[in-house]
Each structure stands twice: as C-alpha cells, then as structure tokens.
Design a binder for this molecule. Structure first.
Ligand SMILES: C[S@@+](CC[C@H](N)C(=O)[O-])C[C@H]1O[C@@H](n2cnc3c(N)ncnc32)[C@H](O)[C@@H]1O
Length: 343
C-alpha cells in the first residue's frame, strides 16, 4: 500500500518499522507530526500500535487515511465496475488555474466522468480509495512536458506538450494493480487518527514515541509539487505552501535560513510537550545546502534536543538511494534517536 500514490521523500518503510520495534511496545501511542503519506502510521498499525499522523498536505493525509483502512475485495470490484460505466455525459470537473492548458478537452471529460461516478460512492473509505487512485492519474494524464518524467510537476511553469492519453485506460490499469495487492490491512484493533493541519495547531498528550522525518531545509516543495492534485481537490495551493516549513520555493528569500530554524524550533518544542517522560523520538534528517553553503540541520537539532530535556540515544548515518530529483544533493542522512529525560 505504500506506493498507492507517488508522494515525495517518503520513508523506506523499514526505517519506521525498526524504530517502532526497537523503541515501543504493543498498544503504545505513536505520533508522526510530519506523516506525509502515512508510512509510519501503516507500519505502526501492522505492529499493533495506536497511531496519530499530522500533515499540512491534504493529499498526504488522504493517502494516510486510505492506507490505514481495511477493505473488502468484493466491494472494491463492485465499485470499480460502477466507476468504469462512463459515457453517461455526467461529469464533475473542478475549476482551477490554467486547467485548459494542463489538460486537453477529451482527457478532461474522461477524468470528469470518472470523478462523477466516484462521487456517487457513499461509503467514505471506498470513496477515498477510488478518489485517491483518480488523483494519482492526474499528472500522467496532463500535458506536462516530455522531460518531466517524474511523477510530479516540478516548477511553476506551464506545459508545452500536446499529449493525448486515454485517462480511462490509465485509471483501469491502476485499478488492476489494486486487485493484485497482497498487503491489505486486516483485523486492526488499534486506533488511527489522521489530521490535516499545520502541526502547530494540534495538541496531544501521552505520546510514547515520535517517529518522523521532518522537511529538510529547502529540499522539496511538498505542496507545490502536487499542485494539480491539490487544485483538483479544491485546496488553496499558495496558502498552504506559505505554511510549509522548509519549502524549496522559500530558499531565496531574505532571512530564509533564520526563518527556517526559528519555525522549526517552535515546532519541535511544541511537539516535545506531547511526549511522556522516558518516551523516545526517532527521526532521519539531512543537512542540505543553500547557495553552496552547508546548512547544519543535524548538529542544530541535536543541540536543541539536548538543551530541552532530551538525551541522544543513537546518532548514526545512512546513505540515501533511489532519490527523487530535488533530493539528489543529499547523499546521506542522520538517523537520530532521543530519549526524554526531563519534563
Ligand atoms: C519528509 S516529508 C515526510 C514524509 C513521510 N515520512 C512519509 O513517509 O510519507 C515532510 C512532511 O512535512 C510536511 N509539513 C511541512 N510543513 C508542515 C507543517 N507546518 N505542519 C505539518 N506538516 C508539515 C510536508 O507536507 C511533508 O509531507
């Protein structure tokens, strides 16, 4: 389920899995304050932990919700048949900037028909599942430039390719992958909470373990890369991008580094309050560069934790493989574990 939608810079599932196995026990409460597409949440549930995930990104939270539900295959097949009954001329197409430039009319009509049929599903979790699959087709169905071979729209520029794709065929192919999946969740007895929010607007208590991978300074634009999806969902892309900490598009702003560290400090201190004494915080983080200058995010983080009642339990490195485009500059990342020793 981890790859149901192409989300960026997501955890290799083995990382949260190991953290969870080593630093928590069954029934514990795990928080991922930057949960992205929900990798920690799914791994936590598989290991019978209660999980909370927060992310600013509406598409990240939709993925998290979809991945942490249980489904019946018979229902999936039944709903799929209904969705694929197109040609009724009933369409549901959102309006968004430059829509007619991103999509040609035929593709838009096909996407609109699928969207309409999906909107008829009343069971929320199945609606979410089929809607997410539609959203995962949006970039491939767009007229993006040929060179944009990654699953996202990298810059704030418009397409110039005239692509004629069969959106129904693309959707069908994604559905057939769904039928083949063997990794569906079963018999979940633990609680799952997925919250679409700026982490600063949430409050939790009694967290046993934080497992996360925060945004690295100016490495990725988690909101803007998904702009087609977010427009389709009717979300305010630029407003959300403003709230995104470390967003790549902010790298050239005056005071960008100071603002990043200031914001990150507020966020870290805010999350620290939710963790129990003797609880753990496990994360992977990397140093990035801005204008060829190294930004010492790792060193800064260790110092902040040590000055606020935490001790370093583990400090190692891992080399990053299979990087997405914006991360190619980051060759390795720190694997850090802290233990809360004081209130
Ligand atoms: C490195 S990604 C996490 C990926 C995640 N580990 C996964 O496996 O999908 C960092 C996440 O931080 C989120 N983020 C950025 N600013 C945020 C904020 N102020 N509040 C909550 N989430 C935020 C981004 O949307 C992004 O999903």
């Amino acid at each position: 389920m981890h790859n149901i939608y192409p989300y960026h810079a997501k955890f290799n599932p083995e990382i949260p899995k190991k953290f969870i196995q080593e630093y928590s026990k069954k029934g514990d409460l795990i928080l991922d304050p930057f949960c992205g597409c929900g990798t920690t949440l799914l791994e936590g549930l598989k290991l019978k932990r209660n999980v909370i995930g927060v992310d600013l990104s509406p598409i990240g939270i939709l993925c998290s919700k979809v991945k942490t539900e249980e489904y019946e295959m018979d229902k999936i097949k039944e709903y799929s048949k209904e969705i694929l009954k197109v040609n009724s001329n009933k369409v549901l197409i959102p309006k968004f900037p430059n829509m007619e430039i991103w999509y040609n009319d035929d593709v838009l009509k096909q996407l609109g028909e699928l969207n309409y049929n999906i909107s008829q599903i009343l069971e929320k979790k199945y609606y979410n599942l089929f809607y997410l699959i539609l959203l995962s087709c949006l970039n491939n169905c767009s007229r993006k430039r040929k060179t944009w071979n990654l699953g996202y729209i990298a810059d704030n520029v418009l397409p110039n390719a005239d692509r004629n794709v069969d959106a129904i065929k693309i959707y069908k192919r994604k559905l057939s992958l769904l039928y083949k999946r063997k990794d569906w969740l079963k018999n979940v007895n633990n609680s799952v909470t997925c919250i679409e929010s700026n982490i600063l607007n949430t409050n939790f208590t009694d967290v046993d373990l934080v497992v996360t991978s925060p945004p690295y300074p100016f490495a990725v634009d988690f909101i803007r890369y998904h702009r087609l999806t977010l427009y389709w969902m009717g979300k305010p892309v630029e407003e959300l991008s403003e709230q995104e900490i470390g967003a790549r598009n902010k790298r050239n702003k005056k005071q960008a580094i100071d603002t990043f560290f200031n914001d990150m400090q507020n966020i870290y201190l805010h999350i620290m309050k939710s963790v129990k004494v003797n609880g753990y915080w496990c994360m992977t983080i990397g140093d990035t560069t801005r204008k060829k200058e190294k930004i010492n995010f790792v060193e800064w983080t260790i110092e902040l934790f040590e000055n606020n009642g935490w001790k370093v339990e583990k400090n190692t490195y891992r080399y990053i493989q299979n990087q997405t485009m914006a991360q190619k500059r980051i060759k390795k990342e720190a694997v850090l574990v802290f233990k809360k020793i004081k209130k």
